[in-house]
Design a binder for this molecule. Sequence first.
Ligand code: ATP
Ligand code: MG
Length: 350
Amino acid sequence: MSGVRNPFIAGSWVRGDNFFGRSDLLREVLEGERDSQWVVGARRLGKTSFLKELEFRVLQSRDTPFVALYWDLQGSADARGLADGLLGSVEDSEAFRRATDVAAEDLEGLAVGEMLTTVVRRTVRSGWRLLLLVDEAEEFLTVARSEPTVLPRLRRIFQKGPEVRTVFTSTRRLARIDERTDFATSPFLQGFIPPLYLCPLEDDEARALLARGSFTEDESRRIRERTGSHPFLLQLIASRLFESRDLSATLEHVAADEMVANFFSVDFQTLEEHERALLEEIARETGLTRRALAQALGRSEEALEPQLFGLVRMGYLSEVDGSLRLGNWFFERWLKRVAGARVGEARTLP
Ligand SMILES: Nc1ncnc2c1ncn2[C@@H]1O[C@H](COP(=O)(O)OP(=O)(O)OP(=O)(O)O)[C@@H](O)[C@H]1O
Ligand SMILES: [Mg+2]
């Protein structure tokens, strides 16, 4: 296929024609009732793409009440960093500046609370509502440690009702913010919970994505099975298959790839300890029922219920006809390997 451009993107965020699925979630954010939304997704499950797609749709729409602002918190660390990041977001978005008539100079030197208040005020004065798209929201955990007083302040602005619709994306780790901080005020995530979940793609969405590669029906089906329609794994395998045209070799390469192993390892650490223990149990014994799992872990089925719900939604697990298995073959191989190594270590201890 030399000379034909590879249609797959594995790594950077996607939007527009390159964005697949998620129509219910997009509708929920753009047309739903709630003005505070927390969208939880595992690493590489498409959090940034989801926010960029929201921004893009608002930009394309003729009758939206919103003007969108994408704000990436990664690396912000403290109040000063948040302010710098927010200013950068405004500088990066010509559409936002044009719609609201805000210039970067109007915001320079302001503390983050004042800056955000100004952004909201100017948006409203221009006849719009602000759709504030906050990426990498687990950075609030770091900010809470360095400057705990700034968060209640920001929270009041995030929740200013109809003037602002705020969307956070993060992994589950952000939930820890209300365990660690003891604000005299309300919990930080109040109003943002229960979260919405970013799931793997639906089968027909994954099929539509793969159709770009003109693979055989059999290849497409095997890729969907092996990846559990995890969007990044789908794109990665499709992209490599597009070059190699050898599916078995591609699957093996990806499964043995250090970059992929590292991605699973970082992702796994975003989970709570009891969630990791639960997944390791299923890696040891694929096909467990809920009851057998509860017994193996020494816990009640009711206590497991909310964790299983979240883990299935996030794509770590799937449950077919009452038996539990890991969400995809690559994750299963990785977890078997690391969990196996850990058991081996424990056994060889004196
Ligand atoms: N809706 C989608 N349609 C098609 N591919 C997608 C979609 N969402 C994500 N992807 C694939 O997943 C990759 C990662 O997407 P993205 O950067 O949005 O994820 P993320 O959750 O923000 O990742 P990170 O946890 O590293 O911040 C993309 O490069 C693309 O291959
Ligand atoms: Mg991201």
